[in-house]
Design a protein around this ligand. Structure first.
Ligand SMILES: NC(=O)C1=CN([C@@H]2O[C@H](COP(=O)(O)OP(=O)(O)OC[C@H]3O[C@@H](n4cnc5c(N)ncnc54)[C@H](O)[C@@H]3O)[C@@H](O)[C@H]2O)C=CC1
Ligand SMILES: O=C([O-])C1=[NH+]CCC1
Length: 312
């Protein structure tokens, strides 16, 4: 159905996969995070997301609104995450796009592909600024949907000679290593997987630390993507204390990141602040990008889809 004033267009996962490429998305997310970090009210409005919790089913539901003046778009993402899911996906999202002129709904988009790609694109932006020279080895902890999108996005920025995969269920690591090909190897222990890693991605659903300070090579960059609740952590507190820590949103990290809250680590800068002022980058240090997810990343992706599909 063609989009029109009366009927918003539904955009499927397949259509979004086809038109959302990292060559466009990584710079768009970089620009969006920089705009957000300027905190200029007439460029972008992004309130802290609301998260409902369902303790009995260990589930969560987030509503993530944003208005981007420079992209002329109003977007709300709604996403459920039930980390213990096994028979169905752990994350399920939809993205609604509204007109800034009259408030009518322009599009209803699948949010799963956008969430996978924009999250990995944000990590790719952080890795670009915080990796020391040409990295050789990438380590990925976790072998789910974000593990695959992160491999694709970060490999768009750097070509790795070696990709080490660990997963708490080894079959997952073996499967992902096989998909990636001869440069990839599954490891039975986190310590062995990360020992030589220049870039580490943690994309697990663990609520307890899986990565320890003593295993990490000095100067490595870590994209810590999981653990999005204030009492969850993927990194041990010593690693957070030893590292220069970045976040997508200071408010989001102080509200939702157990890695930051429980370790009492200081946030050195937002990724967007670093984009606006590259002297904030510390690539020679051990660095952590604590990623929680912000709506401007979704809006940056939705804008590309709106433009590519010429949605009215
Ligand atoms: N920062 C952000 O913007 C976003 C973060 N996320 C988070 O990223 C993480 C990965 O997301 P997806 O790949 O979509 O999930 P997924 O369900 O596809 O994969 C989860 C991975 O974690 C592993 N895992 C599950 N329980 C574990 C445990 N107790 N210890 C160690 N590993 C365990 C699974 O085997 C699987 O490999 C989740 O924590 C999710 O909430 C997801 C979307 C956006
Ligand atoms: O930003 C996002 O979409 C999410 N962050 C954590 C779970 C989903």
């Amino acid at each position: 159905m063609e989009g029109s004033q009366e009927h918003p267009l539904f955009v499927s996962a397949e259509s979004i996969s086809d038109c959302l490429e990292f060559k466009d998305l990584i710079p768009a997310v970089e620009k969006g995070l920089a705009t957000f970090s300027r905190r200029s009210g007439d460029e972008l409005i992004q309130p802290l997301r609301t998260v409902m919790t369902f303790p009995e089913s260990n589930g969560y539901f987030a509503s993530m609104p944003v208005y981007s003046k420079i992209d002329d778009i109003i977007v709300t993402k709604m996403v459920s995450f039930f980390p213990k899911n096994t028979d169905v996906p752990s994350h399920n999202a939809v993205i609604l796009v509204f007109s800034t002129k009259n408030g009518l709904m322009r599009a209803i988009m699948d949010g799963d592909v956008i969430t996978l790609k924009r999250t990995a694109a944000a990590s790719a932006v952080a890795t670009k600024y915080l990796t020391n020279g040409q990295p050789h080895t990438l380590a990925i902890l976790g072998s789910g949907s974000q593990a695959r999108s992160h491999y694709a996005a970060i490999s768009h920025v750097f070509k790795f000679q070696q990709v080490n995969i660990w997963n708490h269920r080894s079959a997952g690591a073996e499967a992902l290593a096989k998909e990636i090909g001869p440069t990839a190897q599954a490891f039975a222990s986190v310590e062995d997987a990360v020992r030589d890693a220049d870039v580490i991605v943690t994309v697990t659903s663990s609520d307890k630390p899986v990565l320890k300070a003593e295993w990490v090579k000095p100067g490595a960059h870590i994209n810590a993507v999981g653990a999005c609740r204030p009492n969850w952590a993927e990194l041990d507190p010593q690693l957070m204390q030893n590292s220069v820590v970045y976040a997508d949103s200071r408010e989001g990290a102080m509200s939702e990141s157990g890695d930051v809250i429980m370790s009492k680590a200081t946030i050195h800068a937002e990724i967007g602040e670093m984009v606006n002022d590259p002297t904030l980058a510390r690539p020679a240090e051990t660095t952590v990008f604590k990623s929680l997810g912000v709506a401007v990343e979704d809006a940056s992706a939705a804008k590309i889809v709106v433009d590519k599909l010429k949605i009215p």
